[in-house]
Design a protein around this ligand. Structure first.
Ligand SMILES: Nc1nc2c(ncn2[C@@H]2O[C@H](COP(=O)(O)OP(=O)(O)OP(=O)(O)O)[C@@H](O)[C@H]2O)c(=O)[nH]1
Ligand SMILES: [Mg+2]
Length: 342
């Protein structure tokens, strides 16, 4: 299983998955020959019924029940070799199996809920060990960073929380690197960092970023510029989460190269009196119609920085050339649906 997305509780995983799902829909509609995805039934249930309904009605997803995250995994396939693309949803298991295997460069990707205390239980509690091994065995790990945790005021309560958060994430990362160094000493890793809740960044913090602008994120005319985004991402880590940053720097010895890290930003938008503005708990997220580029399809979607999600997906597409899952893994994934039907 090559891709894991990890984040601590409440860091914005469900919202991100909801937007990612909307992005996958858009991407397949715009470029069906390049990209296809499949969700097993459990993921479909969480994504469509739980997350989508909430986002659609303008609210954030409900806090996820413990078991839900175990269920969240997608099959992504890039560089389709056949045109007979079908949008695979749940029950069409066998048909999907056939179709998915027609695509090159397939990745299974799973979303995990992790906490610093899991690390303490690594090796002693079976369920935690299994989960962490799955994460650590992934070739590509995507780390979610919650921007609402960042603050200039390091002496305040929030400052203490930020340092705790930094320490917690660093602990997880160093365990990951230790494990990789032991088990896969020759594999190079390129970190991916997805910042969530960018709209909750303190304005003082926004000021120190060389390139960042909330409006830029949403402006469809503005391209995703890898170098500029990286500059911002590095600056945020270096300044506020130096534990995580140092961890990456130090881990060059185990083939993790921070300077090749990719960064992506996410935030949920609502429409206020003066145009689009950041969401908050009460206002929730805005749902809108966006016209598909090809044909006359209408895609319904929330306001969020689609281009960052689309770039994220196409980056996974690039990585899938090196880390594609073997067909047995794909069949195993698809069979989960078959088993449940019996
Ligand atoms: N302003 C803002 N708030 C957000 C955003 N994403 C998430 N939130 C807030 O953060 C809370 C948690 O977000 P979720 O997406 O549920 O996070 P999670 O990691 O799935 O949380 P658990 O399932 O409880 O672990 C939401 O209820 C929102 O209040 C965002 O982009 N902007
Ligand atoms: Mg959740």
């Amino acid at each position: 299983m090559p891709v894991s997305i990890i984040g601590t509780r409440g860091c914005g995983k469900s919202t991100l998955v909801g937007f990612l799902h909307q992005s996958m829909e858009k991407y397949t509609m715009r470029d069906p020959e390049k990209f296809a995805y499949y969700m097993d039934r459990d993921t479909t249930d969480v994504c469509l019924n739980k997350i989508r309904n909430r986002l659609h009605s303008g609210s954030f997803p409900k806090a996820t029940a413990r078991g839900d995250f175990q269920a969240l995994s997608f099959l992504l396939s890039f560089e389709a070799t056949k045109k007979d693309f079908v949008k695979h949803i749940g029950k069409e298991g066998l048909k999907a199996l056939k179709n998915a295997l027609n695509y090159e460069n397939k990745l299974v990707f799973t979303v995990f809920d992790v906490a610093g205390e899991d690390i303490e239980e690594f090796g002693s509690r079976k369920s935690v060990t299994k989960k962490l091994k799955e994460i650590f065995d992934s070739n590509i790990m995507v780390i979610l960073i919650d921007c609402s945790k960042l603050t200039e005021d390091i002496k305040s309560e929030k400052g203490r929380d930020m340092r705790r958060y930094d320490a917690e994430m660093s602990k997880i990362l160093s365990r990951y690197e230790e494990y990789r160094a032991r088990k896969y000493p020759d594999q190079e890793l390129h970190p991916i960092v997805f910042f969530t809740k960018m709209d909750m960044l303190d304005p003082e913090i926004v000021d120190i970023l060389p390139n960042y602008g909330i409006k830029d994120l949403l402006d469809p005319q503005k391209e995703y510029e890898e170098e500029r985004v990286r500059e911002d991402g590095e600056k945020l880590l270096k300044t506020y989460l130096s534990g995580i940053y140092q961890n990456f720097l130090g881990s060059k010895v185990v083939n993790v190269d921070i300077h090749k890290a990719m960064y992506f930003f996410s935030w949920a938008g609502v429409e206020g009196e003066s145009g689009v503005k950041p969401a908050d708990e009460k206002l929730g997220v805005k749902w809108m119609e966006i016209e598909g580029e090809k044909g006359s399809e209408q895609v319904q979607s929330n306001i969020y920085p689609y281009k960052h999600y689309q770039e994220f997906l196409s980056h996974l597409g690039d990585l899938s050339k090196d880390y594609s899952d073997p067909d047995e893994k794909i069949e195993e994934y698809l069979k989960r649906d078959q088993r449940k039907k019996l």
